[in-house]
Write a protein that binds this ligand. Structure first.
Ligand code: MD3
Ligand code: FE
Length: 207
C-alpha cells in the first residue's frame, strides 16, 4: 500500500496518478489550445511590481490576476481584454466527482513553471467564500510542495507532486499556507521542453 503523511492534514485529500498518461496528454492538448487563445502572462506583485517567476493564464468564467494594484478575479484576460476560454470538460467532471456538494467551479488558474520557478508560501484567500475546496492538478515535472497551517508560523511539511496527481484542499486545509519550493527538472517527458503546469480549480463567488 502506498501511504504518505500528506494524508495527515485534515481536509487534504491526495490522489496520486489520478490521471493516467493518456488523460494527462489529452488534458495538456486542451491547455495548449487555451493558452493559444489566452496567452501566458507574467503577473507582478502588488505595490512592488516584482515579477512572479511563474507565468499564468486562466480558463472558466473568472480568472485570477495580480498586478501593481492587487490580486483579484476578473472575467477577461489582462492583455487581450478577451473573455477567458471555457473550462475543459475533463476539469468540470473532476470537480463534480471530487467535490459533488460544492457549487460549480468558476476559475481555473493555469500556472506554468519553468525549471527554477517557485511560488512562495501563501494562502489562497481572494475568493468570496472558502466553503468549496480548491482542486489542484499537476502536469509535467515533479514539484516539491510545502504545506503548513492556517498560521504562517505553523510548522510546514514538504511533499512531491508528480504529473497526473490531484489534490483536494477542503476543510481546515483550505486556508493552509502552501507554496512550491522547486521543480525537479527531467522528472517527466509529458512537456516536450520540460517544466510543470499546475491547474487549480476554484469557486470564487458565493453560490
Ligand atoms: C493548499 N499553486 O495557484 S497547487 C496557487 O502547484 C498555488 O502551482 C501551487 O498555490 C502550484 O495558488 C499549489 C496545490 C494547492 C492549491 C491550493 C491550496 C494547495 C493548497 C489551498 C490551500 C492549501
Ligand atoms: Fe495557492
Amino acid at each position: 500500500m502506498k501511504t504518505s503523511p500528506i494524508h495527515a492534514l485534515t481536509g487534504l485529500a491526495y490522489y496520486p496518478d489520478y490521471f493516467d498518461w493518456g488523460a494527462q496528454d489529452a488534458l495538456l492538448a486542451e491547455i495548449r489550445a487555451i493558452v493559444a487563445e489566452a496567452p501566458l502572462f507574467q503577473p507582478v506583485m502588488p505595490r512592488t511590481g516584482k515579477p512572479f517567476s511563474v507565468k499564468m493564464s486562466n480558463c472558466g468564467p473568472l480568472g485570477w490576476v495580480s498586478d501593481i494594484n492587487g490580486y483579484r478575479y476578473q472575467p477577461a484576460h489582462p492583455d487581450t481584454g478577451r473573455p477567458w476560454p471555457a473550462m475543459p470538460a475533463a476539469l468540470t467532471e473532476l470537480w463534480d466527482r471530487l467535490a459533488p456538494e460544492a457549487p460549480p467551479p468558476e476559475a481555473c488558474l493555469i500556472n506554468f513553471y519553468e525549471p527554477g520557478a517557485r511560488m512562495g508560501l501563501h494562502q489562497d484567500r481572494d475568493e468570496d467564500m472558502f466553503d468549496a475546496p480548491v482542486i489542484s492538478v499537476s502536469l509535467g515535472d515533479t514539484a516539491t510542495f510545502r504545506v503548513g497551517g492556517t498560521s504562517r508560523k505553523d510548522p510546514t511539511r514538504s511533499f512531491r507532486l508528480a504529473s497526473g496527481d490531484v489534490v483536494v484542499l477542503g476543510g481546515d486545509a483550505r486556508l493552509a499556507h502552501h507554496g512550491i519550493d522547486r521543480i525537479l527538472a527531467g522528472t517527466s517527458t509529458l512537456l516536450k521542453n520540460g517544466g510543470r503546469i499546475n491547474l487549480t480549480l476554484r469557486r470564487v463567488t458565493a453560490a
